[in-house]
Design a protein around this ligand. Structure first.
Ligand SMILES: Nc1nc2c(ncn2[C@@H]2O[C@H](COP(=O)(O)OP(=O)(O)OP(=O)(O)O)[C@@H](O)[C@H]2O)c(=O)[nH]1
Ligand SMILES: [Mg+2]
Ligand SMILES: [Zn+2]
Length: 365
């Protein structure tokens, strides 16, 4: 029996056994994809807003005809779209609080353009109050992040984080064993998510939680959270060094006083960040420099790969003189004039100084 023919809007809570579970005004319908949509190659993600037709109220089924684009945002790992915030879950103990991992993940979340809350779990295992205060002083007071300190054993912080999540679609991020599923079970006991044993996981680093689903939090209106099996590919592909430096909030007030607009705060003249290094948390600056080195490498690698398609190197041997390496255009680009070629060549290409060499090169291309 076919019901409503007019398409209605909904959004996808999860994908399971070839069915998209679409939330339409709070009711969930098991939907298949319209054939055409598959042919168009549009990837349908959890969190996507979609149009659904042929609704069958009795059997709670329907058919997804279209994805509403553009998406507000889109993450690759976990594959999810249109979330409002990321909750970065990091344990205080078991395993130990790991500022390097946290700082890297904060950068990845900022790269995705999403607001973030930090949730420090297992606070019942704190050896001292100072331990917690040190984290608060760095991440809250100095860096301005929203941070929750929680424990499923004592109930500490749970009400506050529930309040903060209300009315939003959040996604959890954090290493395996951080306590993500445990946190959600404590926030919404009906969920019954599988919780793993840390000692088992530490060796393998494998996530107990595998699929992506936006789960409703009990007794909170319009509040959903994805207990994710990971966050992002954790590579810095697509990020340039200046972009990385802008993802550190502690540089913000100094950056505009740096001598160069694209200052990377290493050893440039007139760098205001370096001048105020005493005011910047040491570990954060160290992590920035580590990430900068990586970003540079990934960025240069990407540039080289994209150039390889268009350029090749050739060695030009000249009688009685040193041989020179020249760039040679490949394929269709070879027909281009030297002038055009000059405009397109990469930065490491320098125009030969003497005219005769220039001519020789020109002939050899
Ligand atoms: N003492 C203490 N242990 C906790 C707390 N929260 C979680 N744990 C323990 O930490 C272990 C791992 O918890 P999980 O919730 O499975 O961790 P997860 O982040 O979901 O891990 P993956 O699904 O593998 O990504 C379990 O043994 C929990 O009992 C806490 O607040 N206090
Ligand atoms: Mg889990
Ligand atoms: Zn600078």
């Amino acid at each position: 029996m076919e019901g409503l023919q007019e398409p209605v809007r909904g959004w996808i809570r999860k994908y399971h056994s070839h069915l998209y579970h679409v939330d339409i005004d709070g009711g969930v319908y098991g939907c298949v994809l319209k054939g055409l949509l598959k042919k168009e190659g549009v990837e349908v993600l959890v969190g996507d807003w979609v149009w659904v037709d042929t609704l069958d109220e009795a059997n709670r089924t329907g058919r997804v005809t279209q994805v509403v684009l553009p998406r507000k945002n889109e993450l690759q790992r976990p594959k999810i779209a249109n979330v409002d915030a990321v909750i970065l879950v990091a344990p205080l103990r078991e395993p130990d609080f790991d500022p390097r991992h946290i700082d890297r993940t904060l950068v990845h979340i900022a790269m995705a353009g999403l607001p973030v809350r930090l949730c420090v779990t297992k606070c019942d295992l704190a050896a001292s109050v100072e331990e917690i205060e040190a984290i608060r002083s760095l991440y809250v007071d100095r860096l301005g992040y929203a941070v929750h300190f929680t424990s499923i054993k004592t109930g500490e912080g749970l009400e506050a984080i529930r309040r903060a999540m209300t009315g939003q679609k959040s996604v959890l991020a954090g290493a395996s064993g951080a306590g993500k599923s445990s946190l959600l079970n404590a926030l919404s006991p009906g969920l019954n998510l599988r919780v793993g044993d840390v000692s088992e996981k530490l060796g393998r680093g494998q996530h107990t939680t595998r699929h992506v689903e936006l789960l409703p939090l009990a007794d909170l209106p319009d509040t959903f959270v994805a207990d994710s099996p990971g966050f992002s590919a954790l590579t810095f592909a697509g990020l340039t060094p200046p972009e990385l430096s802008r993802l550190f909030p502690e540089f913000a007030s100094y950056r505009e006083h740096c001598g160069f607009s694209d200052c990377l705060h290493e050893d440039e003249d007139g760098c205001a960040v370096r001048e105020h290094l005493a005011e910047i948390p040491e570990t954060r600056y160290a992590h920035y420099r580590e990430m900068l080195a990586e970003v540079r490498q990934v960025d240069e690698q990407a540039k080289r790969t994209s150039q390889k398609d268009e350029y090749g190197y050739k060695t030009l041997h000249r009688k009685g003189q040193e041989s020179v390496q020249i760039l040679r255009l490949k394929g269709k680009n070879r027909a281009e004039s030297r002038r055009v070629q000059r405009q397109r060549t990469p930065e490491d290409w320098h125009e030969p100084e003497d005219e005769s060499l220039a001519d020789e090169i020109s002939e050899s291309l």
